[in-house]
Ligand binder design. Sequence first.
Ligand code: AVJ
Length: 314
Amino acid sequence: MTAQFKKDVYVGLSAPNKHLPSKYFYDKEGDALFVEIMHLPEYYLTRAEMDIFENQTDGIIKALQLSPDLYFELIELGAGDGLKTKRLLHLLDQRGYKFDYFPVDISQNALDKLEADLKSELPGVSVIKKQGDYFQILASLKEIKKPKVILFLGSNIGNMPDEVATQFIYDLGSNLHPGDKLLLGADLIKPASIVLPAYNDSKGVTAAFNYNLLTRINRELGADFDIGNFRHQPEYTEQEGVARSFLVSQTDQTVRIKSLDKSFDFKKGERIETEVSRKYNDEVIHKIIGGTDFKISHKLSDGNNYFANYILER
Ligand code: AVJ
């Protein structure tokens, strides 16, 4: 982990357009800040997807073409607190569907908590937690010949460039069988007046989330970033449908990173790109899944049409 982190920071800060991978946001502080983000009034994504899981649970079950006499596996990639999924689990359980729920996450802590919650809230549901790499886990589940439903919610796909998303979905498909389903959460393209505040909230939680990346580099790689010398800057163009976050250097400065034995110069106004959050429409989704074995079978949107859950069939 540290070796890869060192390499990614080295490569990203040495590039002419400096960038850092957004996956490194999620250390202990970053996880807590992201939970806070999900509760912010400006961060509509979580509530919009929750609206679908709360008000169209029946529609989801119909679209997944499940039947009560067919035992299936429900696998959630990046389960986190499982708040949305609990709505679905509840209705499936109530209606007597037979299935196992496999929450997959990199955080053992999140999995333990989710398992404990489910044990008390939905004691009838079989929960098999899996900690680790998504694809290693899917490969290990491939021999189970039951029909599978994969959940990949929250527009987590949005951090991937489209080519990477295509590869990711292709790789998911190669671990599944024909007829298996992928329920993909996707934030929809909409005006900047709605998207931008979600990445620039008035309480400054998203800014803190962004700065935490530098704090993490300071702590784990022995760097001397002065956080006060950088400013959080989000951007979004509706035309392109992509939100990006940057850290902008407020002054000419040099930052030393001890574990890389290297210094990096920043000009005043120079930016580090720290996150890409893609937004979608049917055309973009079609383009992405074009190179995979999947077809769109259904689409469910929230009341505001901010967010969609696409159901893809292999
Ligand atoms: C977890 C990747 C969906 O891009 O909206 C929230 C992460 N970044 N605020 C997103 C995030 C800043 C989030 N995803």
